[in-house]
Each structure stands twice: as C-alpha cells, then as structure tokens.
Design a protein around this ligand. Sequence first.
Ligand code: NDP
Length: 276
Amino acid sequence: MNTVFPWREAPEFETGSGFAVIGDPVSHSKSPMMHHAAYRAFGLPYAYHAIHVPVGEVDYALDHLRSVGYKGINVTVPHKEHAWQWSRFPDEVSSRVKAANTLRLHDGAAINTDAPGFMDTLDDLGMPPGRALLLGAGGSARAIALAMFQGGWHLALYNRTESRAHELRDQLGIDISITSTADPLDCDLIVNMTSASLQNSQLPILWSNASPDVVAVDLMYSTEPTPFLLRASGLGLRTSDGLALLAAQGARSFEWWTGLYGARPIMAEALKNAHR
Ligand code: NDP
C-alpha cells in the first residue's frame, strides 16, 4: 500500500520534478513503485506520489498540483474522463475515447497510453492482427477497441448491457460487430475488459467453441489468477493478466514525460518482484 496524500497536502516541488497518480481510491496503485524503479535505473532525481482526489475535485486538484511544481500526472479510475475534459491539448486517441490517463501539467496536454500500451502487450505475445472477441464496454474497452481496430483486428464485442456496446460502436465510429452471446468461435484472442473478476463472477463465455490456440487476456491483475484466466488456463489456453498492460502504459507515460526509452522491462520486473 502507498502513502496517500490528500491533494491539498501533496508534497511540493520547486523544480518541476514531481509526478503523481490521482484516483479515488488510489492506495492500491502500483504506479509509484513502478515509476520509482525507472527513476532509479535512469538516475533521475524525481519523485512520484499517490494522491487522493475525490470525485468532483479533479479540476481544482490538477490546477493546484501544477502550482506546486508537479510536471506529470497519471490518472486512474474514476477520473480518466474528467482528466480529458480538463486537458487543453488532448491527443487524437484520448479525444476519440474521451478519456486520458497521462497529463502534462504546464501546458495541459493529455494522452491515453492504455490504448498503445495494450498493443505493446499483443506484440509481446507475438500476436499479429486477427479476430478477437472483446468483453466489456467501459472506459478501457473504448481505448482498446479503437487501438485494435486501427491495428487491423476484426472485432466482435459482447457486453452484459448490450446497449452500452452499441454506444461504444457509435461513439468510436468503428466497424465492430456487437454480439449478444460471448462466442469465441474462429477467434484468435479473447480480451476480458470487464470488472466481473472484481466480483468473482464468471462471464457467460461459450468456452466449448474456443480453439485450443486462442489466447485469453484479462486486463485485471491480482495475486491469484482471475476466474476468467483460471477457466481459460484450465482448458489449456495461453493466458496473460493485466500486469503486462500496467507496465506498458506506465512506460509510455514515462517516455512521453522524460523523452527516455527503455523503461518497460524495468517496470515489468519491478511489478513481478512485488507480486512474488
Ligand atoms: P468500467 O467501469 O468503465 O467498465 C466496466 C465493464 O465491466 C462494463 O462493461 C460492465 O458491464 C462490465 N461488468 C462489470 N461487472 C460485470 C459482471 N459481473 N459481469 C459482466 N460484466 C460486468 O471499467 P474500466 O473499463 O475502467 O475497467 C475494466 C477493467 O479493466 C477493470 O477490472 C480494471 O481494473 C481493468 N483495467 C486494468 C488496467 C491495467 O493497467 N491492467 C488498465 C485499465 C483497466 P455493464 O456495461 O453491463 O455494466
């Protein structure tokens, strides 16, 4: 668990060497540990804090953090949409998905590193574009569906509340087929972008239609495999949890702020050690 600062009590920086993650809650975030590992490896005199920002106070908090010397902010649940609204210069991806997870405070620029970070993890798995079944239609799903579509994937989307899946397609304006059954027939990849595992719930996936080569990816991570990954690995499928995305999105934020490349393996290693 992190030391968490309420935003009004955030430590101050004179030299713009401060970074932070904001969220509500934020005590569980692995970002401070991951970014500190990169600062150590690159010899950077930076600090990265976990800062609690309640819903409704994002604008005030970001303006305050800028005034006390913070250079960059990561944004986690539930503030990504608000962070995008605060931004003055959002990039194309964050504008299309209406969510930003990485901010540069001095000029109000914003990017979304969940989307390209997820594509990094598919590269690691050695997966060229193919057919994917996506589960979920929340904020992360918007970013990942857009990135995969732009990366040449053929996408089918299942969501518990089907109307939200239609909203996602309309909002992004991409070619994605909405399905009322979670059927992985002919798919190369299944991505769980729901928070069902948080409630320990199983998703209604027609696992018997999955080919033995399909890869199952869950955005969630925890010390124990999620119910989704347990089921997939029980069927002998290749699986990957959300730690890979956590490191990939964090490294892309770090690169954007510092101009330095190569943080991803350092962050991934730090996460792996913390999970041992
Ligand atoms: P949202 O709250 O925006 O969306 C939640 C989604 O989960 C909705 O599609 C919702 O369906 C679905 N859902 C929730 N409970 C159930 C259930 N019991 N059964 C079926 N579907 C359910 O969340 P996010 O998109 O922000 O995040 C989704 C997941 O991804 C979270 O677990 C989060 O921790 C993880 N994540 C991990 C990251 C990483 O770095 N590894 C980065 C970002 C997210 P409905 O519309 O019907 O309510």
